[in-house]
Design a protein around this ligand. Structure first.
Ligand SMILES: [Zn+2]
Length: 386
């Protein structure tokens, strides 16, 4: 009997020990999530056309009298039934962006986005937009741009988020179409900070295709970036083109660089930053490319985390993506702070603004007992989750 009672007491102690350990792990995870949620953030890879929520989409389609995406369920069904891969993703993306037709639509999309970014404690953001996707179906460049820009200005005042705009070439379109886009953008040049390149397919539409467009954009004072999607044929070759032929200031995605030692070393040597997007689909088991981001980070390459098209990926907005990435990588607070420091270091704002953002990040880290020396160096940091 005594032995039986002892066994029960021992089992009880074991269970309470497990419960205590479980509670401690939950507490540590919650503390990490709170740290990531509260951290002042920058995001450098975010497509306006990929941030339309189902609710905003339906509001706009009803206002414009369209006969598709008339209910939230219809939008969600379209998202859920996408074929795998970039082109399947783009099929929904193109259909969704076509709901925007008037200046008011672009204003609403931008303003609503900024409100959500502020909820994520994002203080600086570069937002991509695709003029050709809209002008080729009859929307005027001026209506589209003035809507976006007015939404940006009002949202900055309302939510305190600084927004810069990057105009993207759709790479499947012609060089002539891209040059025409530059012509149309000329009256608004001072309000567009950079020229990017997105859409697809990438194979067959390499960066060098748009060498003359980028060259002219450089002369006109735009910063330069462009998409290098992951695991696309010739991805490494395309990144080299963007570095050596185009002279891009940043590389969007570009995570295949981790597969090539020479390219990894060159990116680290030049200090060219990659805007990584370890996004997740409903069919993915976890955020993608975590190993590649960790490899690039430990090799000294400047790589940041970004949500890309948060309404169209399961990973959602930036706070959620940071939580997912941290869970998959086991990165410490210092490591996560370094990835955010990389984003602030690669913004195209003034040095004064950049230093102020970094000072705010530094002070947030210090208030949470994060040692700045560990933030600055991937080699010195403790990779164990805190
Ligand atoms: Zn993108």
């Amino acid at each position: 009997m005594l032995r039986f009672l002892s066994a029960i007491v021992f089992a009880g102690l074991l269970l309470s020990g497990c419960a205590t350990q479980g509670a401690q792990e939950d507490g540590a995870a919650n503390a990490m999530h709170a740290y990531l949620a509260g951290m002042p953030k920058a995001e450098l890879h975010l497509h306006l056309e990929g941030t339309l929520s189902p609710e905003t989409t339906v509001r706009i389609t009803r206002r414009n009298g369209l006969d598709y995406f008339t209910t939230v369920e219809e939008v969600k069904q379209s998202l859920a039934s996408r074929p795998p891969g970039l082109m399947g993703f783009l099929a929904h993306h193109f259909k969704s962006q076509e709901v925007m037709q008037t200046r008011q639509d672009f204003y609403d999309a931008t303003y609503k986005l900024a409100e959500t970014l502020a909820d994520n404690n994002i203080v600086y953001v570069d937002v991509f937009f695709d003029p050709q996707a809209h002008t080729t179906r009859g929307v005027s460049f001026a209506d589209m741009f003035e809507g976006i820009d007015a939404g940006r200005v009002d949202a900055e005042a309302a939510f305190g988020v600084t927004i810069n705009l990057i105009m993207c070439i759709q790479r499947e379109r012609s060089v002539e179409s891209a040059l025409e886009m530059l012509d149309q953008a000329a009256p608004f040049r001072s309000r567009i900070i950079g020229l990017g390149m997105d859409s697809g397919p990438e194979y067959g539409n390499p960066p060098v295709k748009f060498r003359d467009v980028y060259s002219r954009a450089r002369e006109e004072g735009y910063f330069l970036t462009g998409h290098h999607d992951v695991d696309v044929r010739d991805s490494i070759k395309h990144i080299w083109q963007s570095l050596d032929v185009i002279g891009m200031d940043r590389i969007d995605h570009g995570l295949n660089a981790s597969d090539d030692d020479e390219l990894t070393k060159e990116l680290a040597r030049r200090g060219i930053c990659l805007t990584g997007s370890p996004v997740m689909r409903s069919t993915d088991p976890a955020p993608q490319d975590v190993d590649r981001i960790m490899a690039l980070d430990s090799a000294g390459v400047c790589v940041s985390l970004n949500s890309d098209d948060p309404e169209e990926f399961e990973s959602g907005y930036l706070t959620n993506m940071l939580i997912l990435f941290q869970g998959a990588s086991g990165y410490s607070r210092a490591d996560m702070t370094r990835l955010m420091l990389n984003a602030f270091n690669s913004i195209w704002g003034t040095t004064t603004d950049k230093n102020a953002y970094i000072a705010a990040l530094k002070s947030y880290a210090a208030a949470h007992d994060v040692v700045w020396g560990e933030v600055m160096s991937a080699d010195d940091s403790d990779k164990a989750a805190e």
